[in-house]
Design a protein around this ligand. Structure first.
Ligand SMILES: Cc1cc2nc3c(=O)[nH]c(=O)nc-3n(C[C@H](O)[C@H](O)[C@H](O)COP(=O)(O)OP(=O)(O)OC[C@H]3O[C@@H](n4cnc5c(N)ncnc54)[C@H](O)[C@@H]3O)c2cc1C
Length: 383
């Protein structure tokens, strides 16, 4: 693994140059998984940067993962096929047992196992995670999982899944999130043992699925941490997830800005480059400023995360500001390209659809604003 972030970024750029727009457009048409791209990232060790060196990874802190994902997006590629391995890693490293780490991490680092699926959302719970109804019932040396998940991305392309399920109802007066537990599910064993995976076709190529658990047995040793504490564990992991998605959005914004400025310089209408008009320049300049500001917030959140400091507010703000910057930059890119912004061959419309997701997932903008209002500004909880 290259030593500095600058070297890591350079190496990622080189790798991504082998996966140009044609590659992503072909996958997008078929809604196919970017297997060659993910395999090459894996072989290069980029998806194992957060795995400690003792387990075969690079043992780097979160900032390295953020640099990798930002560069992937800035190159016009899409890390959504593989980013989960990075953002679930914090949960496994902080709360997994030594035995779990020894059993799975070296194989993940070597590229023999994929941990790309994170199953929290359910059809009827939506953002209200405490309302999930998938259960894990203890039965001797195993748990029996029953229920349904939705939007479990990459499940069809992953060997392992981190699953949130209810092991007990909360005691009277306890928090609604008590009694939720986390499991590391080996989908190679669960397939054909009650696990079903059905793809959902979405507006962008995202390999997302619904999952059915029809009494799927999971060995008790695959419980992560203590029973009933799962929600607390995913909260700390969610900060990593938000920071990494924010880094991806910064990368997307950079790609749109680069595409817009290049086009505005070259496209001549009325005998001059369209970029000579302030009406074309100013929106691009404004989204550039927005991208830079969002990037500062991402850097602040990373610094706090790496120092082990509370970073919920910064991770949420980074995610919201970066998602806004990328979506605004996408919109400006379409406007700058005029009709060509809608043509597949320019990749703008594809990236536009891809980056739109981050207004909603993994957490919607409204819920971030509610978090800030309640936890930072001390306003009454609205829901
Ligand atoms: C492509 C894709 C991939 C995904 N991948 C995964 C994955 O891998 N794993 C996983 O677990 N989940 C995944 N998700 C789920 C995603 O995290 C949720 O869609 C998201 O959290 C929103 O939940 P919901 O869709 O149920 O919306 P809902 O909770 O039903 O909300 C609908 C709308 O109402 C708003 N809203 C709801 N409550 C309030 C409130 N109290 N105040 C103000 N506004 C409110 C929301 O902001 C939202 O705009 C994915 C989703 C998509 C679309």
């Amino acid at each position: 693994m290259p030593e500095t972030h600058a070297d890591i970024r350079e190496a990622v750029r080189k790798l991504c140059a082998r996966y140009p727009g044609e590659y992503w457009r072909a996958l997008d048409r078929e809604r196919a998984y970017p297997t060659a791209f993910v395999d090459e990232l894996t072989r290069a060790g980029f998806l194992a940067v957060l795995i400690p060196a003792d387990y075969g990874g690079a043992g780097l802190p979160l900032g390295a993962a953020a640099a990798i994902l930002e560069e992937i997006q800035a190159a016009g590629c899409n890390g959504a096929g593989c980013h989960a391995q990075m953002y679930v890693m914090a949960t496994l490293l902080r709360h997994g047992s030594d035995a779990q780490k020894r059993r799975y991490l070296p194989a993940i680092a070597a590229g023999d196992l994929r941990l790309q699926a994170f199953a929290v959302t359910e059809p009827d719970s939506g953002t209200d995670t405490a309302a999930i109804t998938t259960t894990a019932r203890r039965d001797g040396g195993r748990y029996i999982i029953r229920g349904r998940k939705i939007w479990t991305s990459r499940a069809a392309h992953s060997d392992l899944m981190i699953l949130l399920a209810r092991t007990a109802l909360p005691d009277a007066g306890a928090r609604r999130t008590d009694g939720l537990s986390l499991f590391l599910v080996d989908m190679r064993e669960a397939r054909g043992n009650g696990l079903s995976i059905d793809p959902i076709r979405t507006m962008m190529n995202h390999a997302t699925t619904t999952i059915g658990f029809d009494d799927v047995p999971v060995p008790a040793e695959n419980l992560i941490g203590a029973e009933g504490e799962g929600f607390r564990y995913i909260l700390s992991g969610m900060n990593a997830e938000r920071i990494l998605i924010a880094a991806e959005c910064v990368g997307d914004a950079r790609w749109f800005i680069e595409a817009s400025t290049a086009y505005a310089r070259d496209r001549v209408v009325f005998g001059r480059p369209i970029g000579q008009n302030q009406g074309v320049q100013f929106p691009i300049a404004r989204v550039y400023a927005g991208m830079r500001a969002a990037r500062l917030m991402v850097e602040d959140a990373i610094r706090r995360f790496e120092a082990g400091e509370p970073c919920g507010a910064e991770a949420n703000m980074a995610k919201m500001l970066a998602a806004d910057a990328s979506f605004e930059a996408a919109n400006v890119a379409i406007q700058t390209h005029g009709g060509y912004g809608f043509a597949e061959d320019f990749d703008i419309e594809r990236k536009f659809r891809e980056t739109r997701l981050y207004q909603v997932a993994p957490i919607s903008t409204n819920l971030i604003l509610s978090y800030l209002a309640e936890h930072v500004l001390g306003l009454p909880r609205s829901y």
